[in-house]
Design a protein around this ligand. Sequence first.
Ligand SMILES: NC(=O)c1ccc[n+]([C@@H]2O[C@H](COP(=O)([O-])OP(=O)(O)OC[C@H]3O[C@@H](n4cnc5c(N)ncnc54)[C@H](OP(=O)(O)O)[C@@H]3O)[C@@H](O)[C@H]2O)c1
Length: 291
Amino acid sequence: MAIHKILVTGANGQLGWELAQAAHLFPHFEFVFVDRNAMDLSKPSEFNGIIELFNPDAIINTAAYTSVDKAETETQLANTINANAVKELAIIAKQKNIPFITYSTDYVFNGNATSPYLTDTPLEPVNFYGKTKASGEQMAVEANEKTIIIRTSWVFSSHGNNFVKTMMRLMKERDALNIVGDQKGRPTYAKDLALASIKILTLLNEGKSIAGIYHYANTGETTWFDFASKIKSLAGLECNLTAITSDQFPTPAKRPRYSVLDTSKIEKEANITIPNWETALAQCIAEIKNA
Ligand SMILES: NC(=O)c1ccc[n+]([C@@H]2O[C@H](COP(=O)([O-])OP(=O)(O)OC[C@H]3O[C@@H](n4cnc5c(N)ncnc54)[C@H](OP(=O)(O)O)[C@@H]3O)[C@@H](O)[C@H]2O)c1
């Protein structure tokens, strides 16, 4: 069945918003965006009726419980949104025989590796948020083997809450900042991830079989400290930055020391060329400055 109408959850999130910005570039697709009011992911029993109403040819689930520290205590809600809701969407997609794309995280891994995580590296979530996302992955794939899961990491955008915008604000407000320098990962521009997601729908429309788990993050790797330093130079801000250790910056939810995702599978199978994180960051900061 050809894909024309695509239902996207999480309209106000970073990825949902970037998909909406990109939609006009793909006039053969009709995107329908739903926010929390139109489709509350904490109420999976309501999904069937809502999805029947829109009758989409594909579902992209960008909505998620993403408050990583709060998830340690708000466990039930985090689990309903990140696991039960994802399973329910996978079931509905299977019943309707339509593609279903959902997203997961580098936090499904333990953070102790020394080389990039492959899509089939065994899961050992580093915190409760990671545990809910891992459950969501497993239940969705079990319920619908055609589910497409894209794990990503360190997401930023000119829209929403993220490290880039927080750093730019803090660097304007303060003379000095301490930034964790012993955690490594791959930043991801939500705009690039949005385009990669649409590329996958295009390939599905062409009859290519894509299913299972993929990783997407911008190329190159960095630490939060080096990421902040690059933000400072690209934004032309004055602020004294000092690298600190994870032990000096305790958080309710544990963070991984090493969370570099290997993206070769999506690059090869979906023929996607991924931009470097510094190029992507420059584009995002230019967009923030022009806003
Ligand atoms: N952000 C990251 O660094 C990161 C890293 C790894 C993986 N991911 C994954 O990537 C995907 C996209 O993340 P993102 O960065 O776009 O997240 P985001 O900016 O935090 O957006 C999440 C969206 O989910 C919505 N949401 C939360 N609870 C909901 C509910 N009960 N019903 C409906 N919508 C609800 C939020 O709505 P409101 O706007 O109303 O709050 C928000 O719009 C998610 O699966 C996330 O887990 C993100």
